[in-house]
Design a protein around this ligand. Structure first.
Ligand code: GAL
Length: 740
């Protein structure tokens, strides 16, 4: 990149032109105070990158800009004026006298914490009476944080309405499925569809945006907290009916799609339709979930509108979600958010690094880019059956795992125990007495390490060659009618993920609407709801050279949760050259054998058949219920430049692992780093110019890892080049290729 213009002036704004890869942009160089010093910020419409400088070294600034512009694509956030990796804490200044703030913030700063989230749940302090806003205290809190080199995520307070609100507008309180209205005293007691509630939430968010939208120390916004509770109040019911009407046009159309002649369910008008999340027509049940997803999306949009009207484009807007929680379609709810962020709690534990890593991969797939861990536990929680602490070293292990899977920030909940309130026992960094608890030092170490490795990881992201496909529609459809109670659709996804992760060490979990072409291998363990347009994308992927593996129960239904009139896998039958003749819920295990290996099926078995001579059988059932005996269990076909394979059974782990090894080999996918000991995780984050490896030893014994080349550990004190690395229990190494 080259810069031309008045970039040497150090006061005010300087108009410049800069050139990136041959494109010329107009921009402004602006001096701003940050992290206790001055820095130069390059701003352009929605692009605003900045860095820290100490004086008028325009040349140095040019080099730094070069790095940052290069890294723009993978970074979770649309700014780079904070450290590339952040450690943060949830801070609730309203719970403490202002006299304590400086002390707490100084402890954060000395603990290498450079991020706080504030404002969340503080509605009664921000608007003590309707329309009377009081934001001066929050301004002082943000200014004090900035003085301690701490950036801020502003939380809108709508997850905790004040008592005056619910007293004056009781209709805003949510109503549960059994028709009981919630009451004040807990949180999330509002109806997510209430127009009145939305207006009030929007008003306070707008005031916050007016105050903080241009504040350079506020890096982003978190809307509400952990969307989840739905409502069955009359207003929500009316909205559901109106939503159905808009979607189906006529009641006749709905009746036909849902086959409502079944049990005389036929409706004369939309208002007759029940509003229930269970025990109903499958068409209704899926649509209720779609409606809930749309309602959360518009709930976000309501606040996004007023925040965006005042916020600098560099401030991101997100909300914090709960991993695999499936109360709404996260792909849809993230469509109007800038980044994904989630709350990573182990709860009762123990910490399972494979499933935790899989959740990071899921969250990264919500926006197909880096994300934030907005909350995680400083050792323990207060809400599990047994609130056991993570072992010493595991908090750091988890922080690096998050980064390894694409997190650019890790924030601990919470900073300091509130004196009262529902969560007095929760893990913290600082006790109610204002002094550090033991885990503080471990988190301080994480902060120091993030600072050391931050520059190398800036702009990098995991880059996988294999993907697992996941849709909420399919998970819901299976879960609503499991047919075998052991058939857990998320368990099926995890079963496919585990061996893949072990073999190739980097897996994306994505929606089938994501770009597919970069993947050499795609596994779709259970696309039960398979709209024609998704089937078309999958067929195109295979024709272009992709290897597609479909799991049991694929292609049974369309997007209305209606059975396809053809057998499974519905719109893929002809392409596969085979189909499912019958499915069986298994009472025990069934032997299976063939070219693919030997093992057993349990829970679920589909009797497959081939219809085209080019479709081959890879596995057959042994003696079983008579129906399955000697019938195909896996079939495969080469189509175009790729392959399509259908696995019709829930196989034992060992056999699935063997099968996965075959798929990986066939696809030509190589592990990131071969030969690592079990329990050592390898993560790779790359950008165009290179990559960084993060090794984490999740074991309680030391491990040695052969690096198959020469690398430097960015966390080590020495700069020596290593060909192997020794990892103590819970040890971490962040390795950069030295090119030797
Ligand atoms: C989260 C929630 C936080 C806090 C935390 C305790 O789910 O977002 O506000 O309650 O749990 O673990």
């Amino acid at each position: 990149m080259t810069i031309a213009g008045d970039g040497n002036r150090l006061k005010g704004d300087s108009a410049i032109q800069y050139n990136v890869s041959g494109n010329v942009y107009n921009g402004v160089l602006r001096m701003q105070r940050f992290f206790g010093t001055h820095r130069l910020r390059l701003c352009r419409a929605s692009l605003c990158r900045s860095t820290r400088i100490f004086a008028a070294i325009a040349l140095a600034a040019t080099l730094l800009f070069t790095l940052q512009v290069k890294s723009a694509s993978a970074q979770a956030t649309a700014f780079a004026d904070a450290p590339p990796l952040l450690v943060g804490a949830a801070w609730y200044p309203e719970q403490w006298s202002e006299a304590t703030w400086d002390h707490d913030l100084a402890l954060m700063e000395s603990g290498n914490i450079h991020l706080v989230r504030v404002g969340e749940f503080a509605w009664s302090s921000l608007e003590p009476a309707e329309g009377q806003y009081k934001l001066d205290w929050l301004e002082r809190a943000v200014a004090k944080a900035a003085a301690h080199h701490i950036v801020v995520v502003m939380g809108t307070p709508s997850a905790a309405p004040p008592a005056w609100l619910t007293t004056k507008y009781p209709e805003t309180l949510r109503v549960d499925e059994k028709d009981r209205r919630d009451e004040h005293g807990n949180r999330t007691q509002f109806s997510f569809a209430s127009a009145r509630y939305r207006q009030l939430a929007r008003n306070v968010a707008e005031q916050m945006a007016i105050h903080f939208g241009k504040n350079p120390d506020v890096v982003g916004w978190q809307l509400d907290n952990e969307y989840g509770n739905t409502s069955f109040d009359p207003e929500t019911r009316n909205q559901f009916h109106a939503w159905l009407k808009a979607r189906y046009g006529t009641i006749e159309n709905l009746n036909e799609r849902w086959t409502t002649t079944y049990w005389s369910q036929s409706y004369d008008n939309f208002d007759e339709i029940p509003v229930r999340p269970s025990n109903e027509n499958p068409g209704l049940l899926l649509e209720w979930r779609h409606f809930v997803s749309e309602t959360w999306k518009s709930y976000s949009q309501n606040q996004i509108d007023v925040i965006r009207a005042h916020a600098d484009p560099r401030q991101f807007i997100t909300t914090n979600t709960m991993g695999w929680f499936d109360g709404f379609d996260h792909y849809s709810v993230h469509s109007n958010l800038d980044i994904a962020a989630w709350d990573d709690y182990v709860g009762a534990g123990p910490y399972n690094y494979i499933s935790n890593g899989m959740t990071h991969d899921l969250v990264r797939g919500f926006k197909n880019k880096n994300f934030w861990v907005m909350e995680t536990q400083p050792a323990f929680v207060n809400w599990a059956t047994n609130n056991a602490a993570l072992n010493r070293g595991e908090v750091r292990d988890m922080a690096w795992q998050a980064v390894g899977h694409g997190a650019d920030a890790v924030e601990y909940w919470q900073w300091r125990s509130a004196l009262n309130g529902q969560e007095q026992y929760h893990g913290v960094l600082v006790g109610a007495d204002g002094t550090p608890v033991p885990v503080y030092d471990e988190i301080k170490q994480v902060g120091a390490e993030f600072a050391k490795a931050g520059a190398a990881l800036s702009g990098t992201t995991p880059d996988s060659q294999v993907a697992i496909l996941h849709t909420y529609d399919s998970v819901w459809a299976i879960d609503l009618q499991r047919h075998n109670e052991q058939y857990d659709p998320l368990g099926a996804i995890a079963q496919y993920y585990r061996p893949l992760q072990k073999m190739v060490q980097s897996v994306d979990v994505i929606s089938p609407d994501s770009p597919l072409n970069k993947y050499k291998l795609i596994e779709a363990p259970g696309l039960n709801v398979l709209p024609q347009k998704t089937a078309d994308r999958l067929m195109e992927y295979v024709k272009q050279g992709g290897n597609l593996v479909l799991g049991a129960r694929t292609g049974m239904k369309d997007e209305y949760n209606t059975l396809y009139p053809q057998r499974q896998p519905g719109p893929l039958v002809d392409f596969l050259g085979g189909r499912v003749e019958q499915f069986y819920s298994l009472p025990g295990t069934v032997p299976v054998s063939g070219e693919a290996g030997i093992g057993s099926a349990s829970i679920w078995a589909e009797q497959l058949s081939t219809k085209d001579p080019s479709t081959k059988v890879l596995l057959r059932y042994g003696a079983s219920n008579g129906w399955l005996d000697n019938q195909p269990a896996i079939i495969t076909r080469t189509m175009g430049k790729g392959t399509i394979t259908y696995v019709g059974a829930w196989l034992d782990d060992a056999l699935l692992e063997k099968l996965t090894a075959g798929f990986v080999k066939q696809s030509g996918v190589l592990p990131v780093l071969p030969g690592v000991p079990d329990g050592v995780e390898v993560c790779r984050r790359s950008h165009g110019q290179g990559s960084v490896l993060i090794l984490i030893n999740h074991n309680t014994k030391a491990e040695r890892v052969d690096l198959h080349g020469s690398m430097r550990d960015l966390l080590a004190d020495s700069t020596s080049q290593l060909t192997s690395v020794d990892l103590p229990p819970y040890g971490v190494a962040v390795l950069e290729h030295t090119g030797k």
